[in-house]
Design a protein around this ligand. Structure first.
Ligand SMILES: Nc1ncnc2c1ncn2[C@@H]1O[C@H](COP(=O)(O)OP(=O)(O)OP(=O)(O)O)[C@@H](O)[C@H]1O
Ligand SMILES: [Mg+2]
Length: 259
């Protein structure tokens, strides 16, 4: 059984005066345990909508999503979300943010501390445990958000352009950090990005969305070996995938612009 099964999920939004926007055509996608699926597609094609439906923050117009065979009917601790904009609680420190979900679950103080210390070290935030989000840089806030999602040990991590607001250097560091964690902890990840290099570097599969209304037009395996180092980005295999994806995305971006 696949970990996550997206079955015929479509979404139509109602607007002013009865206008309707079809954000997603029926989408089918199977995510296996330990998959790192990246999702590429033009702006407005429904990527965030699909991730929000998997998160249980929005509901499909048709179809259903199963996690471990159970239909999703709302948010749950089995799914960890990381969004592009920083979503930390501003009134809680780094450590308190990371422990928040564990406390909600009734995890003991000692175990909370152990887990938050572990992930604070993993994301390189030792020494900043007692800082508040506004005292951190954007990259540090995003590392806190990732640590918070990981500390809850979700079945699947849902990441919507988590590095989109970061400068290029920080972004590369974060990519390697997350990939290292994925390699070590065998997590399952769905990761939306606009960046083709990022989509290839992180993934074992890239799902390409068409222009709105979105559907998956290609599901491309990435068989680059692990552990991956950023130098893989100049390998012939990488370049070949990049050329193919650039072509796929270009066609969709043109279609989106022609709407
Ligand atoms: N709550 C909503 N109400 C009405 N329309 C919505 C709502 N959320 C999204 N849409 C519409 O659905 C379509 C898909 O939006 P979505 O945010 O999923 O796109 P996206 O692929 O994530 O785009 P981007 O790459 O720019 O983030 C858009 O046309 C958007 O206007
Ligand atoms: Mg989006």
């Amino acid at each position: 059984m696949n970990l996550l099964s997206i079955q015929g999920v479509s979404r139509t939004f109602g607007g002013h005066k009865g206008t309707q926007t079809q954000a997603l055509l029926p989408v089918d996608l199977e995510v296996r345990e330990n998959d790192f699926v990246t999702i590429l597609g033009p702006s407005g094609c429904g990527k965030s909508t699909m991730l929000r439906i998997v998160a249980g923050l929005d509901f499909p117009t048709t179809g259903q999503v199963l996690l471990d065979g159970q239909a999703i009917d709302g948010p749950g601790a089995d799914r960890g979300m990381v969004f592009q904009s920083y979503t930390l609680f501003p009134w809680l420190t780094v450590a308190q943010n990371i422990r928040f979900g564990l406390r909600e679950k009734g995890v003991s103080e000692t175990a909370q501390k152990e887990r938050s210390d572990y992930f604070i070290a993993k994301v390189g935030l030792r020494g900043f445990e007692n800082h508040f989000p506004k005292q951190l840089s954007g990259g540090m806030q995003q590392r806190t958000a990732i640590a918070r999602a990981l500390a809850n040990d979700p079945r699947i991590l849902l990441m919507d352009e988590p590095f989109g607001a970061l400068d290029n250097q920080t972004r590369v560091v974060m990519q390697e950090l997350l990939l290292g964690i994925w390699e070590a902890e065998r997590k399952t990840v769905m990761f939306v990005t606009h960046d083709i290099d990022e989509a290839i570097f992180m993934a074992n599969r890239v799902a390409v969305f068409s222009a709105r209304p979105g559907r998956i037009k290609a599901d491309i395996p990435v068989n680059l070996p692990h552990p991956r180092h950023y130098t893989v980005k100049t390998s012939p295999e990488f370049m070949e995938l990049k050329a193919r994806l650039t072509e796929e995305i270009r066609a969709e971006a043109l279609a989106a612009a022609a709407h």
